[in-house]
Design a protein around this ligand. Structure first.
Ligand code: NDP
Length: 504
C-alpha cells in the first residue's frame, strides 16, 4: 500500500472530517466547535489581495538574459560585464486598464516588466510595449487612469471620458496613435516589442554618465490582431495571451527578445531638438542608432500563478550599480509610487516573497513589520554603525555627482514653449512609419472608438480631438473627420488659430 500524506490544518494537525460539519442530529444545526469549518471559510474569505490599480491582469515567466555585445564603455553594471554572461530574469506582461479577470485582447498598452536577479541586487525595468506614454508629468497619472477605468456613475468604460482627457491633453496624441494602431491589440505577449520607455543613465567605470533608452525586439516577429479579431477573441478566450505564453513555454517554444540600447551623451542631450527626458517623445533611430546588447529567453513557467505572478513586484526605483535615473519626470514619480504600491498591496516585507527576493546577499538593518518571515536577521545587531558585525557601505558603489541645469524651483508647465511640440513625431509616425494597410486600420480603429463618445459634450470632444489629428497630419485628420461624418464648418470654429504642426 502506498504511503499517503495526512490531511492537516494550517497548523499541521491531522484531522478526518473535511467534508461533513459537526451538527446536532443529521438534519440539525451546526456546532460552533467545528473549527475546521471556520478555518476553511475564514481563509477562503481572505484569499484575495488588492489587485494592482493598473496592470491588474498579467502573465509571467522566468528566463535568462545573455550578453552578446560589449557595452562596458557605457556601463559598469555587472550583468553586462562580459559577452556570454547570463542572468536569471522574471518577466511579467499585462494589460493596463482592465481588472484581474479582464480580457487579454483589450485595446490597451501592454506592460513589459522585467526583473534581473543580478549579483548586485535585483534590477527592475518596468516598461511597456510602446516607447512613449500618454502623459509626461506624474501628477496627472491618477486623473488619466480614472478615464481608462469605469465611469463613477454608470460603472461602465466610457469613451467620452477617455477622449475628453486625450483631447484636453495634446501631449497624449503620440501614444493615442500607437494605441489605436493594430499594435494596440497584439496577437500575444510573445509577438510584441518591449521598451524601457523612460530615459535612464548608464554610469561607466570612470564614473562617466550617458543617457540610455532600452529596447526589446521580439524574435517571434510583430503580429497583431485587427480590431475585429481582438473583439472576437475577447468572447472566445479572454485568457488568450496567458494561454499562449504558458503553452509555448511548456512545449519548449521559448520566446526571445533582442535587447538593444540607444545612447545619448550629456552634451548631446543639452542641445537636442526634443527634450530627451520627455516620455511622449522617442529618440529617432537615425540620430541615436540601436546598439545590440544581448538576448532574453523565457524558458520556465511559474509553478504557482498567485505566488509568483500575482505577488511579483517590480519598481523602477530598483536600479543596480552602473544604471541610474534621469530627470524624466514620469520616471521620477514612479521611483516613489511603485514601492509604495507594493507596500500597500503586499506589505512592507514584499521583497522577501520568493519571486521578489534577491538570491544574492541582502544585508541591512530593516527589521520586523507585518509578515516578516525570513528569520528577521536573527540575533544580529539592528543598528548602524555598530561594533559587532562586518557590514560596511562599500565606496565602490559611490555615484557620480549630477550637475543640474537650473536651481530655480517652480511649477514649470509641462507644455511650455519648447516642450509643446505634440505633433511632429505623430505626423512622422503616420506618414513615414505606417504602411497603407496600417493607416487604414488606424483610421478605422479611431473612428470606431470615437463613435462610442456619447453625452452632451460629444461634439465638443470630437472636434477638439480632430484638431489634434489635423495638426499631426492633414490627411489623417480628413480621413477621421470623414469617417465620423463630422461637420467641417463647425470644426473650423474649434480649430485653434495656430493649427500648423510646430516644427523645430
Ligand atoms: P524609424 O523609421 O527608424 O523606425 C520606425 C520605428 O517604428 C521602428 O522601431 C518600427 O519598429 C516602429 N514601427 C513600425 N510600425 C509600427 C507601428 N505600426 N506602430 C508602432 N511602431 C511601429 O523611425 P524613427 O526612429 O525616426 O522614428 C519615427 C517614428 O517611429 C517615431 O516618431 C515614432 O512614432 C515611431 N517609433 C520610433 C521608435 C524609436 O524608438 N525611435 C520606436 C517605435 C516607433 P519595427 O520595425 O521593429 O517593428
Amino acid at each position: 500500500m502506498s504511503e499517503h500524506k495526512k490531511l492537516t490544518t494550517a497548523s499541521g494537525i491531522p484531522y478526518y472530517y473535511h467534508e461533513d460539519t459537526l451538527s446536532a442530529g443529521p438534519r440539525g444545526p451546526l456546532l460552533l466547535q467545528d473549527f475546521i469549518l471556520h478555518e476553511k471559510m475564514a481563509h477562503f474569505n481572505r484569499e484575495r489581495i488588492p489587485e494592482r490599480v493598473v496592470h491588474a491582469k498579467g502573465s509571467g515567466a522566468y528566463g535568462t538574459f545573455t550578453v552578446t555585445n560589449d557595452i562596458t564603455k557605457y556601463t559598469r553594471a555587472k550583468l553586462f560585464n562580459r559577452a556570454g554572461k547570463q542572468t536569471r530574469v522574471f518577466m511579467r506582461f499585462s494589460t493596463v486598464g482592465g481588472e484581474r479577470g479582464s480580457a487579454d485582447t483589450e485595446r490597451d498598452p501592454r506592460g513589459f516588466a522585467m526583473k534581473f536577479y543580478t549579483e548586485d541586487g535585483n534590477w527592475d525595468l518596468v516598461g511597456n510595449n510602446t516607447p512613449i506614454f500618454f502623459i509626461k508629468d506624474p501628477k496627472k497619472f491618477d486623473d488619466f487612469i480614472h478615464t481608462q477605468k469605469r465611469d463613477p456613475h454608470t460603472h461602465c468604460k466610457s469613451p467620452a471620458m477617455m477622449w475628453d482627457f486625450w483631447s484636453l491633453n495634446p501631449e497624449s496624441l503620440h501614444q493615442v496613435m500607437f494605441l489605436m494602431s493594430d499594435r494596440g491589440t497584439p496577437y500575444s505577449y510573445r509577438h510584441m516589442h518591449g521598451f524601457g520607455s523612460h530615459t535612464f543613465s548608464f554610469i561607466n567605470a570612470d564614473n562617466k554618465r550617458h543617457w540610455v533608452k532600452f529596447h526589446f525586439k521580439t524574435a517571434q516577429g510583430i503580429k497583431n490582431f485587427t480590431n475585429d479579431e481582438a473583439v472576437k477573441m475577447k468572447g472566445e478566450d479572454p485568457d488568450w495571451a496567458q494561454r499562449d505564453l504558458v503553452t509555448a513555454i511548456a512545449k519548449g517554444d521559448f520566446p526571445k527578445w533582442y535587447v538593444k540600447v540607444q545612447i545619448m551623451t550629456e552634451d548631446q542631450a543639452k542641445i537636442y531638438k526634443w527634450n530627451p527626458f520627455d516620455l511622449t517623445k522617442v529618440w529617432p533611430h537615425k540620430d541615436f542608432p540601436l546598439m545590440d546588447v544581448g538576448v532574453i529567453e523565457l524558458n520556465e513557467n511559474p509553478q504557482n500563478y498567485f505566488a509568483e505572478v500575482e505577488q511579483a513586484a517590480f519598481a523602477p526605483a530598483h536600479v543596480v550599480d552602473g544604471i541610474s535615473y534621469s530627470p524624466d519626470k514620469m520616471l521620477q514619480g514612479r521611483i516613489l509610487s511603485y514601492p509604495d504600491a507594493h507596500r500597500y498591496r503586499l506589505g512592507s516585507n514584499y521583497e522577501q516573497i520568493p519571486v521578489n527576493r534577491c538570491p544574492f546577499a541582502v544585508n541591512n538593518y530593516q527589521r520586523d513589520g507585518m509578515m516578516r518571515v525570513d528569520g528577521n536577521s536573527g540575533s544580529a545587531p539592528n543598528y548602524f554603525p555598530n561594533s559587532f558585525d562586518s557590514i560596511k557601505p562599500d565606496e565602490g558603489y559611490k555615484q557620480p555627482s549630477w550637475v543640474l541645469d537650473s536651481n530655480v524651483a517652480d511649477w514649470y508647465s509641462r507644455n511650455a514653449e519648447g516642450e509643446n511640440d505634440h505633433y511632429t513625431q505623430p505626423g512622422i509616425f503616420y506618414r513615414e512609419v505606417l504602411s497603407d494597410y496600417d493607416k487604414k486600420n488606424l483610421v478605422n480603429n479611431i473612428v470606431g472608438a470615437m463613435k462610442g463618445i456619447e453625452g452632451p459634450k460629444r461634439d465638443e470632444i470630437i472636434n477638439r480631438q480632430l484638431c489634434h489629428f489635423f495638426r499631426a497630419d492633414i490627411g489623417l485628420g480628413m480621413a477621421i473627420a470623414q469617417g465620423l461624418g463630422a461637420d467641417m464648418s463647425s470644426l473650423q470654429q474649434h480649430m485653434p488659430a495656430k493649427h500648423e504642426a510646430v516644427t523645430i
